[in-house]
Ligand binder design. Structure first.
Ligand SMILES: O=C(O)CCC(=O)C(=O)O
Ligand SMILES: [Mn+2]
Length: 202
């Protein structure tokens, strides 16, 4: 393994070694059978959309499909997401995540990465209207994920593999101090679904 591919993906729930952050990774929140079933249901039941955003004066398609469900609308990358009423499968997952995290969420952003060229660039989810805790579920093809500190260039990026049926919990001041990304990969990779449960304030 080359140095730039090094990573330490925990095999059970662990707090990631990241100063100024509270990030917990649980590789197997769901069994393999549960994960397969959720992948299938989410693929079929969610109203997946190909959205575009205006970037440098040009309309650009997002490199993934997205959907937004919840109690409130939400503006993301300058794009207003009207709320869609919760689906039963999403309420099931929300309740499961609320039980294990002890937090309540009122919305979920879903991402569908069709292949390795679908991705999400470096960003923080630090909008003022967003509560500080985000619970992120992964189903489907395993993808690399990375964090980098926003100011401390001496700290190496923290890399993880997001497994089928895993939970990544980002809490506290994480978004103020760290960015994260889901990079492209040239490996042939199965489609992946990500759900980020969020709390929209006020
Ligand atoms: O797909 C992922 O794991 C990351 C999604 C993400 O960062 C986001 O929706 O804000
Ligand atoms: Mn994010």
């Amino acid at each position: 393994m080359k140095a730039d591919e090094m990573e330490n993906t925990p095999t059970e729930t662990e707090k990631m070694p990241m100063p100024d952050a509270e990030v917990y990774y649980t590789p197997h929140l769901f069994t393999a059978a549960e994960s397969d079933l959720y992948l299938e249901r989410l693929t079929q039941e969610v109203d997946w959309q190909q959205e575009s955003i205006r970037l440098f004066g040009k309309q650009q398609q997002l490199p993934r499909l997205t959907a937004w469900y919840g109690d409130k609308g939400y503006t993301y990358s300058g794009l207003y997401n009207a709320p869609q009423p919760w689906l039963p499968v999403l309420l099931e997952l929300k309740e499961r995540v609320e039980r294990v995290t002890g937090h309540r969420y009122n919305s979920v952003l879903l991402n569908y990465y069709r292949h390795g060229q679908d991705s999400m660039g470096w960003h923080s989810d630090d909008e003022k209207s967003l509560g500080p805790g985000i619970a992120s579920l992964s189903f489907g093809g395993e993808r690399g994920f990375a964090f980098r500190h926003r100011r401390r260039k001496d700290l190496p990026p923290v890399k993880l593999t997001l497994r089928h049926g895993s939970l990544l919990l980002m809490q506290g001041a994480t978004q103020q101090h760290w960015q994260h990304q889901l990079p492209k990969t040239s490996r042939p990779i199965a489609p992946r679904i990500n759900l980020t449960f969020r709390t929209i304030l006020a």
